[in-house]
Design a protein around this ligand. Sequence first.
Ligand SMILES: Nc1ncnc2c1ncn2[C@@H]1O[C@H](COP(=O)(O)OP(=O)(O)OP(=O)(O)O)[C@@H](O)[C@H]1O
Ligand SMILES: [Mg+2]
Length: 269
Amino acid sequence: MTAAVPSAASAELSPGVPQPATGDATSPATASPLLLVEDLEAGYGPINVLHRLSLTVYPGEIVAIIGANGAGKTTTLLAISGIVPARAGRIVFQGRDLTAEGIPPHEIVRLGLAHAPEGRKIFPRLTVRENLDMGAFTRNDPDGIAADLEKVFTLFPILRQRQQQPGGLLSGGEQQMLAIARALMARPKLLLLDEPSLGLAPQIVVHIFQVIRELNRQGVSVLLVEQNARMALKNAHRGYVLETGRITLSGTGQQLLHDPRVRAAYLGE
Ligand SMILES: Nc1ncnc2c1ncn2[C@@H]1O[C@H](COP(=O)(O)OP(=O)(O)OP(=O)(O)O)[C@@H](O)[C@H]1O
Ligand SMILES: [Mg+2]
């Protein structure tokens, strides 16, 4: 870290939470954001779901968005991925204005922004290996793809063992691992994760978050949305609270974990 003056964030990161692998997430003012979302409006049909939503992810950060059912978490990620169109505002990734340039979703993946969607959405009839190959669809570097396949098999050894089986035969936790691994095959700089812990047994959730932190140590920035607020905030450098399409609170993971409003509304305390 290069911060001359220790920020609140660096003081409050919980022990064991990795420091950003690159950049300086604890003094964002000194770095330019990897992802900048500004005054984003998006929705479905006549309904606007997101209302002037702004957030940033700096290089090396894990950033969490927490919120109740229907708050707009998935819509936020879909808009960043270009799947749900932005109606107003800007989404700037690595200095490129995705909204103004009208960059389509597959090009957004190619730029380094990959998305592991809600409900995993793996291809159940394709084998594990074929699912992973699909994740590399934007790439044309066989050696790099082979190296990344080896990396995801190291992160998730079960996928190596099951690589010839249809994805649909994996357990829920294994399918979540496959969804994350498939996104990683695009070699993203920023990984969007939609509810990675949903429906999983506690020890699988712990494993998934260990992998998220390991990926982050390796230099992948992460924007994750979660209903499991405690797990998300414990593992995130920073977080945002989303309520009916609006950001109502933000801070470091530790600040939000200790905020009485977050404790009452999202931590069941
Ligand atoms: N395809 C769609 N068409 C119409 N409305 C939708 C569609 N998808 C989501 N919505 C609505 O948009 C709002 C936000 O939904 P979204 O899925 O973004 O919430 P969420 O925070 O991800 O919720 P959850 O925690 O249940 O996953 C909800 O009111 C939802 O009913
Ligand atoms: Mg959702």
